[in-house]
Design a binder for this molecule. Structure first.
Ligand SMILES: Nc1ncnc2c1ncn2[C@@H]1O[C@H](COP(=O)(O)OP(=O)(O)O)[C@@H](O)[C@H]1O
Ligand SMILES: [Mg+2]
Length: 240
């Protein structure tokens, strides 16, 4: 596939919580091989959008397409099987299990033992900090290391699309830089398509190819990082 091929597309998506509308007329495109940022303040509807992509929140209206296939009503497990993986606070690590066990749990559907060992080795190469801590319980890791473990676990399946829901949340700025450096590396060296869902607008735009600004359940602006920076939309107080 060339860089211009669409991986994930949403057209006129609406969702609600009970009677309360949440996402309204949300349309976006994520191209194969790109890092696409979904940016917005707390409560803007970012996680709701992630859940809609996974099929955990239903679409009242509109469509969702993945790799050219309409997935609007597809159940979550089938979307995951198609190659969509999410890293979020909710999909966190198991604190009482070792780093190695956590990693292998992510690879539960890899039945070929040789392939599994290969994938684990690749994960240790990409995340050397994990290799040093294989037999340590995940609960004893630092916040940054736990985030790395969660990312490594999602990557072990080589997803076609990796969605990261606020990977920078709660991390020290220097650790955020390290996480974003890895996001960039996964994209550039492993050719992974990534949706980066973040409140940390400046740092996210620094690694992204394209971005959407979401506010109160609606996409209010889209463009490449330069267009977003120059638009003045980031001066909007609701973005901070
Ligand atoms: N399960 C739910 N039931 C009702 N309202 C919800 C639920 N989940 C989130 N919301 C509300 O939807 C809005 C958007 O939430 P969310 O998508 O989590 O925002 P973000 O991830 O951008 O912080 C918030 O006002 C939140 O309170
Ligand atoms: Mg959220």
């Amino acid at each position: 596939m060339s860089k211009t091929d669409l991986l994930l597309e949403s057209n006129g998506l609406y969702t609600s919580y009970g009677r309360i509308p949440m996402l309204m007329d949300v349309s976006f495109r994520l191209r194969e091989g790109e890092i696409c940022a979904i940016l917005g303040a707390n409560g803007a509807g970012k996680t709701t959008l992630v859940k809609a992509i996974l099929g955990m929140v239903k679409a009242d209206k509109g469509t969702m397409t993945f790799e050219g296939e309409d997935i609007t009503t597809m159940p979550t497990h089938k979307r995951v099987a198609k190659g969509i993986q999410v890293v979020s606070a909710e999909t966190g690590t198991f604190p009482k299990m070792t780093v190695e066990k956590n990693l292998r749990l992510g690879a539960y559907n890899i039945t070929d033992q040789k392939l599994l060992e290969e994938r684990c080795e690749e994960a240790y190469e990409s995340f050397p900090v994990l290799k040093e801590r294989l037999h340590q319980k995940a609960g004893t890791l630092s916040g940054g290391e736990r985030t790395m473990l969660a990312i490594a676990r999602a990557c072990i399946n080589k997803p076609d699309l990796l969605i990261m829901d606020e990977p920078s949340l709660g991390l020290a700025p220097i650790v955020v830089d390290e996480v974003f450096r890895i996001v960039r590396k996964l994209n550039r060296e492993n050719d992974m398509s990534i949706m980066l869902v973040e409140q940390n607008v400046v740092k996210s735009l620094g690694v992204s190819d394209y971005g959407y600004i979401i506010q109160k359940g609606q996409i209010i602006f889209e463009g490449n990082p330069d267009q977003i920076n120059e638009s003045g939309i980031l001066d909007n107080p609701v973005m901070s």
